[in-house]
Ligand binder design. Sequence first.
Ligand SMILES: Nc1ncnc2c1ncn2[C@@H]1O[C@H](COP(=O)(O)OP(=O)(O)O)[C@@H](O)[C@H]1O
Ligand SMILES: [Mg+2]
Length: 261
Amino acid sequence: MSALLSLKDLWVEYGDKVVLERVNLEVAAGSFVSVVGPSGAGKSSLLRVVLGQEQPTRGSILLDGTPLAPECGPDRGVVFQRYSVFPHLTALRNVVMGLELEQAPFSARLFGSARRAARDRAAEMLGAVGLGHSLDLYPAEMSGGMQQRLAIAQALIKRPRILLLDEPFGALDPGIRADMHALITRLWRDYSLTIIMVTHDIKEAFQLGTRVLALDKRRHDPHAPHRFGATAVYDLALTKREEPSVDTGPETTLVTREDAA
Ligand SMILES: Nc1ncnc2c1ncn2[C@@H]1O[C@H](COP(=O)(O)OP(=O)(O)O)[C@@H](O)[C@H]1O
Ligand SMILES: [Mg+2]
């Protein structure tokens, strides 16, 4: 079976600074790839090129065997560590906005039945991330964990096949992070997603991933630290036992810990 996503001899350079070099990666559909590596190794840069936000300076990216369109497509969604939701919109409007931008790119407004359908879909997606009772809240009225749930709903509303996560839980308290792990595992399974997640937390990388990829420099030039970039220094496929179902039942059970906080 051919890979859903393949990076071939990929380089990312900023001026004379080499950030990534010779990255080769084949990502099978349905995998959950955890990406680890020191700060500055180019993890976020890697996600940006996969997202299509940035062009690699060399090499190619194939999605389903076809070169990636030079822009962000609906097939890829992204969640950053924080600040990706619109502060002036309610949870529901934040998620509807994603559909509006897709379906009405010029006016970003839907009307009549299209608008009702978008609202229904957005409300359903918010339910799926455990925010079914928070549709009318503004981000400032939400905990950090709830805001990340909202960001995930915003990314998933367009039904991407690939979800890119850049340290999505890094700013959250450990207890809330555990809830988010259960959530992302469930969404990964329920929506048949392929996930690439950057994390600083090695335990999280192994716990969630079906594969752990480490980016680091293989060679250093002490006189010119910019000369060499990072590449995949190890790439571990994890064989996991079938885990007990983390079906948490109704969506509300997922937010209890945050509600109590
Ligand atoms: N747009 C840019 N212009 C110049 N340098 C950049 C740019 N984006 C990132 N960098 C540099 O590339 C390196 C890798 O950055 P990044 O991908 O954010 O690393 P990581 O996410 O692993 O911490 C850093 O040294 C950063 O300063
Ligand atoms: Mg980063």
